[in-house]
Design a protein around this ligand. Structure first.
Ligand SMILES: *[C@@H]1O[C@H](CO)[C@@H](O)[C@H](O)[C@H]1NC(C)=O
Length: 364
């Protein structure tokens, strides 16, 4: 290449800012850094100099536009920096609203730092490019922003294991790209929105460990991609909708430790895709429907601590497999069915009922 051409190339590279990052992105990152305190690993020591797109720990940019697209800071990971330090991460401080200036951000992960407190900045809903918002395992408080539904590209929303309170905003059901929702172990109250089933792309809905009330919305039955529903340890009442048993890909259903009443829908037990079903610690009554069959395959079936009456259904013994069965603390009565699914079960599976008998309990 002739020398003038090289000079021209260098000149163009400099004016187009190759290697640099957007000054406004850099300012936003430095504001984020200034409000966080990570005392053990020194990850923010790398957040220095002009080029926030290169060698700033956890920051990535679009190679063409040189705008920041990813922030990924995980306090529990296989990352060499954590492995080398031989400890998990710890960070205090808060998430600076200046982060909302990063208007090309696609992934925001600030996860498992245990000590980050304050609110999730409400302006976060203005970052229209956001696809992944994962702030699990901190001490964030305050509410989920009312207009969270504006994040139309969001596929992952994980705020689990924080101290988020208030209600689930009604706009949440407008997140039409959402695949994974985890709000477990917070202080959320109020009802699950009646039109929750509008979240058509959702495959995991994890809301365990909150203070949710009201009943399970029937609309959930329309979520044809939902594989994992966890509403455990809330104050949800009313009956279990029949339609939950007709969902095609639902394989894990945890409704334990709520205030559910009525009968167990027979569809729930005859649904051959159901692999883990926990209805323990509710107020469910009636008989256990006698609808098991050779295609029933339960890794875990826990119906303990309810008001179930009558016999253990004979069809249960024709199931292909039952890994863990717990029918204890009910009012069941009669002989325990005989058959291979029962061979490995211990007496604790049948404890504290009215008058069960047969192996592994006393003979009838
Ligand atoms: C079902 O839920 C109860 C109560 O929340 C819990 O103690 C139990 O371990 C769960 N059962 C299974 C099989 O995970």
């Amino acid at each position: 290449m002739a020398l003038p051409l090289i000079l021209l190339t260098v000149f163009l590279a400099v004016i187009s800012g190759v290697g640099a990052c957007s000054p406004s992105d850099k300012a936003a990152l430095l504001a984020l850094k200034s409000s966080l305190n990570e005392p053990y690993l020194g990850i923010f020591a790398s957040w220095t100099g002009d080029n926030c797109c290169t060698n700033w720990y956890g920051v990535s940019c679009d190679p063409t536009t040189r705008r920041v697209t990813d922030i990924s800071l995980r306090g529990e990971s296989e990352d060499p920096i954590l492995v080398k330090a031989g400890r998990s991460g710890y960070m205090t401080g808060s998430i600076n609203p200046a982060i909302c200036q990063l208007d090309t951000l696609s992934t925001l992960v600030i996860a498992d730092w245990k000590g980050i407190s304050g609110q999730l900045p409400s302006c976060i809903t203005s970052i229209a490019s956001l696809r992944v918002l994962d702030l699990v395992g901190n001490k964030l408080s305050g509410k989920i922003p009312d207009d969270i539904g504006n994040l139309q590209k969001l596929t992952v929303l994980n705020l689990a294991d924080n101290a988020v309170s208030g209600e689930i905003p009604s706009s949440l059901v407008r997140l039409s790209s959402l695949k994974h929702l985890d709000l477990s172990n917070n202080q959320l109250s109020g009802k699950i929105p009646a039109d929750f089933g509008n979240l058509k792309m959702l495959s995991r809905a994890l809301l365990r460990g909150n203070k949710l009330t009201g009943s399970i919305p029937d609309s959930i039955g329309n979520m044809y991609r939902l594989a994992d529903l966890d509403l455990s340890t809330n104050q949800i009442s009313g009956p279990i909708p029949d339609i939950l048993g007709k969902m095609l890909v639902l394989s894990t259903l945890n409704l334990d430790s709520n205030l559910l009443s009525g009968k167990i829908p027979s569809t729930l037990l005859s649904n051959t895709g159901m692999g883990i079903l926990n209805l323990s610690r509710n107020a469910l009554g009636g008989n256990i429907p006698d609808v098991f069959g050779s295609k029933s395959y339960f890794m875990a079936l826990d119906l303990s601590y309810n008001n179930l009456k009558g016999p253990i259904p004979g069809s249960l013994s024709s199931s292909a497999y039952i890994g863990h069965l717990d029918l204890s603390h009910n009012h069941l009565c009669g002989p325990i069915p005989v058959g291979s699914p029962f061979d490995h079960l211990e007496a604790s599976s049948f404890d504290s009922n009215d008058c069960l008998c047969g192996n592994p309990l006393r003979t009838c």
